[in-house]
Structures are given as structure tokens and as C-alpha cells.
Design a protein around this ligand. Structure first.
Ligand code: E4P
Length: 220
């Protein structure tokens, strides 16, 4: 399973690349706003961290676009900035159409804001390279998501679609494990989710316990 960092903060991304062997990054308008930088500055700086790699960076078109032609125009401009950029498009009729148009031009896409298996299926049919079901938002509303991911994985496998499934808006380590068990290709989560996932309090308890024994034992 691949781990993407859901962030536009250069320090977080650099740490994740160096220490966690991150496989990619996803950004969205909230992440870029949090970075405090202009949109193009923020995504150019992130691209700089990935130079010489083939790891994908998802960057989102202006969410005000409702016409697929406007989405495509901006996507072409963004894709020209970095070969790592994958264009995030919304799971709307216009977004699906933009996916297909960009596919013909060799520009990769990530269908975002997907909340149902039907939307994911349409993303796959239209040729999306990635589809991102947002499980955290659904679970906030009391909806189950394990079955959703299982359905999307089964649909992808039934028809051998090439689309990679990114389980997105992941809030905790249990959701990462559930996504892996369900066979999703990728999770994208925030810095703190990974930091907690890779750690366990008992590891530190055990280290302290073993250190005490170590200190009571001659080395030679
Ligand atoms: C995924 O690509 C999205 O950026 C992300 O998971 C959205 O969720 P959030 O902003 O609520 O964390």
C-alpha cells in the first residue's frame, strides 16, 4: 500500500519524504490556504521537493469552475509546471468529462470529493488515474465506509480498471488499516495520522524497561 501525505506544508512533506518514504502528496484548497502562500507558489515549492522522482502530487483546479472546458484549461496550465502534478477534479458531470479530455492529452487526473461507489465507477470509466473517496467526511455524518471501499475495490478489479483508489480524508490509524485490508491502493492522511500510526506507547515503555536492564549489565 502507498502512503500519500495530505498537506501543502513543505516542512511536513520534506520530513515525510526523508523519514517515511512517502509515495506522493495530495493537496486541496484548504491545505494551500493553511500554508499561507499563494497557490502557485505553494505548489511550485512542493514540486521542487519531488524533482527527479516519479511520485505524484495532486493539485486541485479552481473549485469555482463548473464548465469542463475551464477545468481543462487550468489543468493544462498546472500540468505544464511539473511532470509530477496530477490534476484533482471534482466528482461532477463536468469533472468526469474533464478527466476524459485530459486523458487524451496525456494529463493525469485524480477524481476528488467522491462519496459513492457510483461516482468512483464513473471516474474509472472516464479514465481517471486516481479516485479519492473521502471516508472521514462520511464517517463524520455517521455513514459506514468499510463497505464503500470494498465495493470500489471490487468494481475496479471486476473490470480491470487501471484507476488507483486513494482512501482520503483519513483521520486515524484504524482507517489506514481498514483501507489496507480492503485492498485500497493508497491512503492519503495528515501528518499527525502517520506520526501516531507509526508509534505505540508500549514501544516506549518497553524501551525504558530494556534500557534499565541494559544499564545493569556489563557490556563485555
Ligand atoms: C484528499 O485528497 C483530500 O485532500 C483530503 O483528504 C480532504 O480531506 P480533509 O481536508 O477534510 O482532510
Amino acid at each position: 500500500m502507498k502512503f500519500f501525505l495530505d498537506s501543502a506544508l513543505v516542512d511536513e512533506i520534506a520530513h515525510g519524504l526523508e523519514m517515511w518514504n512517502l509515495d506522493g502528496v495530495t493537496t486541496n484548497p484548504r491545505h494551500v490556504q493553511v500554508s499561507g502562500k499563494p497557490f502557485l507558489t505553494a505548489i511550485r515549492e512542493i514540486a521542487g521537493l519531488f524533482q527527479g522522482t516519479d511520485k505524484p502530487i495532486s493539485v486541485e483546479v479552481n473549485p469555482h469552475h463548473s464548465d469542463h472546458r475551464d477545468m481543462v484549461t487550468e489543468a493544462v496550465k498546472l500540468a505544464a509546471i511539473s511532470p509530477n502534478f496530477v490534476i484533482k477534479l471534482p466528482a461532477t458531470e463536468a469533472g468526469f468529462k474533464a478527466v476524459a479530455v485530459l486523458k487524451e492529452q496525456g494529463i493525469r487526473s485524480n477524481l476528488t470529493l467522491a462519496f459513492s461507489a457510483g461516482q468512483a465507477l464513473q471516474a474509472m470509466r472516464m479514465g481517471a488515474d486516481f479516485v479519492s473517496p473521502f471516508i472521514g467526511w462520511k464517517e463524520s455524518n455517521g455513514e459506514e465506509t468499510r463497505g464503500l471501499i470494498e465495493d470500489i475495490v471490487a468494481i475496479r478489479d471486476n473490470y480491470c480498471f487501471a484507476t488507483e483508489i486513494i482512501v482520503a480524508a483519513v483521520r486515524n490509524g484504524r482507517q489506514v488499516v481498514d483501507a489496507a485490508v480492503a485492498g485500497a491502493d493508497i491512503v492519503t492522511a495528515g501528518f499527525d495520522v502517520y506520526r501516531d500510526l507509526f508509534d505505540h506507547p508500549y514501544t516506549h515503555v518497553g524501551l525504558a524497561r530494556f534500557a534499565a536492564f541494559w544499564d545493569q549489565t556489563p557490556y563485555e
